[in-house]
Design a binder for this molecule. Structure first.
Ligand SMILES: Nc1ncnc2c1ncn2[C@@H]1O[C@H](COP(=O)(O)OP(=O)(O)OP(=O)(O)O)[C@@H](O)[C@H]1O
Ligand SMILES: [Mg+2]
Length: 206
């Protein structure tokens, strides 16, 4: 079941500071890092904050959610994928690429930092900054240029490139449930992200 919440304020715990929660960039959000609690207010361009959550019972459900997200994507979007090690971030990306028609192997960019997919319906750049020891590595590797122009940018471990990483349109949080499944939460951070989530919420899984 896909749950959509419409309210002006929400609270949830995170594993650490997330770069999208920089008040100077987002204007509408406050991060209380010391308590590891995020207080997120409605996006200023919208009357209310649309958020969605979905329970994913197994790996196939995560792949299906990724495929469903693929069908909701605009031509240009930056997605931050947050969640612990092994939460399912790469699996979700694998499903998304499958949904975009990519039939090849999707490997984790943990060592390469970025994996480009140019044969899919929309160009996708999949990043993983887990191995960064300092955020300046983002600049040293010249990765800003990937965030200009059209295409989908999916970023695992975005907090490791804070504050150099450009802002996200959509933030996705994956959490391991007590029964071994996963909880998926989607939160729009721009008008494009909001439209994408609306399309995702009203679409059906195949
Ligand atoms: N809904 C689910 N229920 C149970 N297991 C899942 C689910 N989704 C994915 N998994 C499993 O979780 C494991 C880790 O997945 P994945 O590599 O995608 O995580 P990750 O978040 O990318 O990890 P990392 O932070 O190390 O990159 C895989 O074995 C995958 O099959
Ligand atoms: Mg991964």
């Amino acid at each position: 079941m896909f749950q959509v919440k419409i309210r002006n304020t929400r609270f949830f715990e995170t594993q650490g500071p997330c770069p999208t929660l920089d008040p100077s960039r987002q204007g509408c959000q406050i991060a209380l890092f010391s308590r590891r609690i995020i207080v997120s207010h409605a996006h200023p361009n919208h009357d209310s904050a649309l958020e969605g959550s979905l329970y994913l019972a197994d790996e196939n459900a995560t792949l299906a959610a990724g495929e469903r997200l693929a069908n909701a994507l605009p031509g240009r979007l930056t997605i931050f994928l947050c969640g612990d090690l092994g939460a399912g971030k790469t699996t979700l990306t694998r499903g998304l690429l499958r949904g975009l028609g990519f039939t090849g192997k999707v490997k984790s960019p943990t060592y390469t930092l970025v994996e480009p997919y140019k044969d899919s319906r929309i160009v996708v750049y999949h990043f993983d900054f887990y191995r960064f020891t300092h955020a300046e590595e983002f600049l040293e590797a010249g990765l800003e240029e990937y965030f200009e122009g059209d295409g989908i940018r999916i970023v695992e471990w975005p907090d490791r490139a804070h504050p150099y990483l450009p802002a996200a349109d959509l933030e996705i949080l994956l959490q391991v449930s007590a029964d071994g499944g996963r909880k998926l939460e989607l939160r729009p951070l721009s008008g494009e992200g909001h439209t994408c989530l609306e399309r995702f919420a009203t679409s059906r899984t195949h």
